[in-house]
Ligand binder design. Sequence first.
Ligand SMILES: [Ca+2]
Ligand SMILES: [Ca+2]
Ligand SMILES: [Ca+2]
Ligand SMILES: [Ca+2]
Length: 277
Amino acid sequence: MKKVALILLIVIGAVTIGIRVLGANAKQTPSGVTSVQAQAYQMLSTRSLHSIRLVSAPVIDGDLSDWPAGESISLNRQTAFSFSGQIDSPADLSAIIRSGWDQQTLYFAIGVSNDVIVTDSSDVWRDDGVEIGLDGLNDKDAWGLDDHQYTLVADGRTTDRSVPTGDIAASVATHEGGYDIEVAIPISKLLPGVPISGTVMGFTIGLHDDDDGDNWDAYLIWEGTNTSSSPEEFGSLIFTERLEDRIVALEAKIIQLEQQVQELLAILSEFEELTPP
Ligand SMILES: [Ca+2]
Ligand SMILES: [Ca+2]
Ligand SMILES: [Ca+2]
Ligand SMILES: [Ca+2]
């Protein structure tokens, strides 16, 4: 039995060395995106955001410092496909959007620049806030169970197609010059199964600005002319797993396995001490 455990340790050691060699190679890949995923990216005509598989889930508290560096969208008057109203500068209305995922949850981190935050209306679309449009199945049909328009108002209200919802977890933290949003959306609201690297969803994001109360004063949409009923105009959210993150996850599993083997060796040792010669 002890020999079996020692063989296990040798195998784990060899696998660890293999993974570290892979890791060294991964660090030489500049984009962290595999060639197959890069091809998929080139085939899409509208703009895309890569959602990065997260090694650990972020805490949904409005503090974005627990997010890894990664690809982002810069949404402002120059980058928006649709634009309405008066926007004086990026400080009046703009946002940086990132996305991450694991098998259970789709996450967004949204940093909004908005120098005057107003949330005085009962209708969520009249106030400062963010809209996330999702076509989970990417079937370009707007009205399935996979289709959602989540609105996150700067005061923390959360709706799906303007109806208050507790389906998603969201947190807003206001600060000088704007507000930060973290949101966690269950994958079960978007897909019947689990996502894999390469899964594509229809996706766009809208940004409302209210500077003086009552109705909104400006509105930006990243891709498309609305965030609820025209998914054929949406951009794409491409689920991606970076090789370096996969290696980190595998290394964590190996450490766990090593600990289990050590525990097994300790039990074997106790057993041998109890066994009469
Ligand atoms: Ca956080
Ligand atoms: Ca503003
Ligand atoms: Ca759909
Ligand atoms: Ca207004």
